[in-house]
Design a protein around this ligand. Structure first.
Ligand SMILES: Cc1cc2nc3c(=O)[nH]c(=O)nc-3n(C[C@H](O)[C@H](O)[C@H](O)COP(=O)(O)OP(=O)(O)OC[C@H]3O[C@@H](n4cnc5c(N)ncnc54)[C@H](O)[C@@H]3O)c2cc1C
Length: 484
């Protein structure tokens, strides 16, 4: 396998390649969808360029609820097909594609007096959901057991609880793993490279490091996420808006290490919020409010208050002082008049006047399927005879039980490294054989090591400290409270 990009000289090399190679496909946007498309296209032997105007995964793909799920809520909206598809993808990701990154997690659904649902309705919904999931875990659970799974569960006025299974991931690392897979199959990948003009057969112009360069590609795919319409207008300034955006805010609090299940908290007949044990913390959210400019995204006090208030329906003792971090992301919803919370979470593919395929909407869970469907849309342009839909393990997904660790490395750190890198953990730790300081903690109170910071810059295209702390490691969770 080819080594991925390494260090600053490699950025220069990637820039040179972008100018010199004739690509089959230019992918605009390195979130999970763009990275997934680059992975799939390069695995099909195509010459692929993948660029992002910020870091890979810097936008929505590190601001999700981290769930790899069928979406219980979508059943309520009558979207059985979406739920079945998503469950299928969840199984494939857990078993083949990224078993280290996608892990099964029980979800507890508490029902309080005066709540929006009758217990029998929830139980039958969960039975259908679990049948679609092919999961055995479903049904009612005693409150004493529920309290063991979720130690801070509010039990006052609790009528009953139901249990079902889904999965959770580290969305940023899943994105990087796809970028890496694409690079290993020969793609040229570059972050901090913004596409600023699309000129049909004359190619695209992008700006990287203050330099403007021209990239030549037979086909272009727009995976710009919340900027999908901005990128469409680079091809056709008169393109009408195709999507609307909805802001979702999450709050991370100092709890969760002792939780062995997540909570799904119903608020009305459609909306639920989640409390999910994630990377040793508790992730709470999310909100759903219409939003205009994707480049202006902030978390307000009102957002944080809403998230804490809604979580407090089922979680005891939440206080503002517990908040360690907050973040916001934008859902991309097909344009329409209805409320954002009832809008279908579907993916819309469209073609521009010079043939660019734009992808709007979709879920992290179904990224692989969306990527393959995007290739189907580009099949004729790319001369692809056959699209192989079989799942491929991402780098690090195989050999998880044979990873050698240095003696004395705490079990908690081993598990953390296995989770983030899979069998590539050995590669992360290799330089520590020469330099023991690399085994020191990257920040106090987190299991991340200095070796990971080095690896992020040498093997994972990290350019800034934030790329390292926030998207390659979990070190940012050890820092002071902050918002993006
Ligand atoms: C609050 C919230 C919670 C969610 N929770 C879940 C969940 O639990 N489970 C689930 O399955 N899904 C979830 N989703 C959905 C999921 O996160 C998204 O579907 C997914 O991350 C979208 O990925 P993307 O690649 O399309 O977009 P993004 O990750 O936003 O990537 C788009 C990229 O394009 C780049 N870009 C834009 N313009 C240019 C340009 N001109 N040149 C170069 N690059 C450009 C941007 O910098 C950006 O990195 C959630 C979404 C939100 C908002």
């Amino acid at each position: 396998m080819d080594e991925p990009a390494l260090g600053l000289d490699s950025r220069a090399r990637q820039l040179a390649e972008l100018q010199e190679r004739r690509f089959d496909l230019l992918v605009v946007g390195g979130g999970i969808i763009g990275a997934g498309i680059a992975e799939a296209a390069s695995a099909h032997g195509l010459a692929v360029a993948l660029v992002d105007k910020g870091d890979f995964g810097c936008a929505t793909s590190t601001a999700s609820s981290k769930l790899i799920h069928g979406g219980l809520r979508y059943l309520r909206l009558g979207d059985v097909r979406l739920v079945r598809e998503a469950h299928k993808e969840r199984r494939v990701l857990m078993r083949v594609v990224a078993p280290h990154l996608v892990r099964r997690l029980p979800f507890l659904f508490p029902l309080y007096e005066g709540g929006p649902y009758r217990p029998w309705l929830v139980q039958s919904g969960i039975l259908l959901y679990s049948t679609l999931a092919r999961a055995r875990l479903n049904g009612p659970v005693a409150i004493t057991r529920a309290r063991r799974l979720v130690p801070r569960l509010r039990t006052k006025a609790l009528r009953s609880c139901a249990l079902y299974a889904d999965a959770v991931t580290n969305d940023g690392r899943l994105t990087i793993a796809n970028v890496r897979a694409a690079a290993q199959s020969g793609a040229t990948v570059l972050n901090y490279a913004e596409v600023v003009a699309l000129r049909g057969e004359e190619g695209a112009e992008l700006v990287a490091g203050g330099e403007t360069i021209r990239v030549s590609a037979r086909a272009v795919v727009n995976a710009g996420g919340p900027w999908v319409d901005h990128v469409r207008r680079l091809e056709d300034p008169s393109a009408a808006p195709s999507v609307r955006l909805s802001k979702g805010v999450h709050v991370l609090v100092d709890q969760g290490a002792e939780w062995s299940a997540a909570l799904t908290i119903p608020h009305d007949k459609v909306r639920v919020s989640f409390a999910v044990p994630w990377e040793g913390m508790l992730l709470l959210g999310t909100t759903d409010t219409l939003h205009d400019d994707p480049s202006e995204l902030t978390v307000t006090d009102v957002d944080v208050d809403q998230v804490l208030r809604e979580a407090s329906v089922a979680v005891e003792g939440l206080a503002r002082d517990d908040v360690r971090a907050t973040f916001a992301g934008l859902r991309v919803l097909p344009i329409g008049a209805g409320a954002t919370e009832t809008a279908r979470r579907e993916t819309v593919y469209s073609r521009g006047r010079s043939g660019m395929v734009s992808i709007a909407g979709g879920k992290l869970t179904t990224y692989r399927r969306i990527a393959l469907d995007a290739l189907e849309h580009l099949r004729a342009d790319l001369g692809l005879h056959h699209i192989d839909r079989r799942p491929r393990p991402l780098p690090g997904a195989a050999g998880l039980d044979r990873v050698p660790f240095p003696d004395g490395l705490p079990a908690e750190v081993r598990l953390h490294l296995l989770h983030l890198y899979g069998s590539l953990a050995a590669e992360v730790l290799a330089p520590a054989a020469e330099d023991g300081t690399l085994l020191e903690p990257l920040v106090p109170g987190r299991p991340d090591l200095v070796a990971q910071a080095l690896y992020a810059r040498t093997h994972e295209w990290a350019v800034t400290d934030e790329d390292v702390l926030r998207r390659r490691t979990t070190a940012w969770l050890g820092g002071p409270a902050e918002a993006t």
